[in-house]
Write a protein that binds this ligand. Structure first.
Ligand SMILES: NC(=O)C1=CN([C@@H]2O[C@H](COP(=O)(O)OP(=O)(O)OC[C@H]3O[C@@H](n4cnc5c(N)ncnc54)[C@H](OP(=O)(O)O)[C@@H]3O)[C@@H](O)[C@H]2O)C=CC1
Ligand SMILES: O=C(O)C1=N[C@H](C(=O)O)C[C@H](O)C1
Length: 255
């Protein structure tokens, strides 16, 4: 995602890239970003000094890993830069830490930056609200074999939307990774299933099943560029907002 973001920022006439980070000890640190990416020289050196880079930025776009994102949220808040977070796999403690940073700066966080998925969450909530618990809800997601977290951030967003529609807390009804003699499905549970293979960009399906019929709501991402474009839209949107923890529904006006 990092390299995709660099390309999208370079292609934009509204954005300017002022820094690029790698972790301390990475062999790109100190090298020209363009050359390191295998292209033309960009005149911008890769750094490992987050606070220095953030202090020169109006926005920080972060698709990394939970520990990095939590640390960056504090530094971005110190620098009063808009922090756009695409990182998934965050724990409740991680999210609380980000909430603390969002008291001082704008944070936009979403497990999926695409318009389609965010619209789908509204549809899932509506369908879940219209159906009772005789309808079993299952969230099925598929991603490339490099992905390290499961369920995906998007699957969790869709599960949250379904739980919200039903008026229950997801934590109380979530059923993940069935294996072995699990017993019959519990009424009202929301199940999660993760497929990992090849270069699948991201596919999410929410299944509502009752005896005799099924409803399937599905989103397919076929190009990662859409996630980068969504994140950049969020960075621009956040420029005139007050401190707070926002999501893509806010950015897209679907909240
Ligand atoms: N919200 C959305 O729309 C989307 C979210 N994602 C999420 O974004 C995240 C990244 O995805 P992806 O790009 O595929 O994953 P990658 O593993 O390819 O990239 C993550 C990068 O973050 C770097 N990183 C980790 N920790 C640090 C640190 N402390 N300082 C600097 N760099 C660090 C890693 O470096 P190193 O290799 O050295 O560890 C790596 O280059 C995932 O959580 C993914 O689920 C992805 C696509 C869309
Ligand atoms: O890791 C990915 O690739 C993706 N991660 C996000 C997620 O966890 O839902 C968004 C998208 O599906 C791609």
């Amino acid at each position: 995602m990092g390299q995709m973001l660099v390309k999208e920022v370079m292609a934009s006439d509204r954005l300017k890239l002022v820094g690029a980070l790698e972790r301390e000890g990475h062999d790109w640190v100190g090298r020209d970003l363009g050359l390191a990416m295998g292209g033309a020289e960009m005149g911008l050196k890769v750094s490992d000094d987050a606070l220095e880079a953030f202090s020169r930025a109006q926005a920080v776009i972060d698709f990394t890993a939970p520990a990095a994102t939590v640390a960056f949220s504090e530094l971005a808040a110190q620098a009063r830069a808009v922090h756009v977070i695409g990182t998934t796999g965050l724990s409740e403690d991680d999210i609380s830490a980000i909430d603390r940073a969002a008291r001082h700066a704008v944070v936009v966080r979403a497990g999926n930056m695409s318009l389609g998925v965010n619209l789908l969450t509204r549809m899932v909530k509506q369908v879940a609200a219209a159906l009772d618990a005789d309808w079993d809800i299952e969230v099925i997601e598929a991603h490339h074999h490099h992905k390290v977290d499961a369920p995906s951030g998007t699957a969790l967003m869709l599960g949250e939307a379904a739980a919200e529609g039903r008026g229950v807390a997801l934590a109380d009804v979530s059923d993940r990774g069935r294996d072995g003699i699990t017993g019959a499905r519990k009424r009202g549970d929301i199940g999660f299933h993760a497929i990992r293979g090849g270069d699948i960009v991201g596919e999410h399906e929410v299944l509502f099943a009752t005896p005799g019929e099924r409803i399937v709501l599905k989103h397919v991402a076929s190009d990662r560029t859409l996630f980068a474009r969504g994140a950049l839209k969020a960075a621009l949107w956040g420029q005139d907002k007050g401190p707070g923890h926002y999501d893509m529904l806010d950015v897209l006006g679907l909240g």
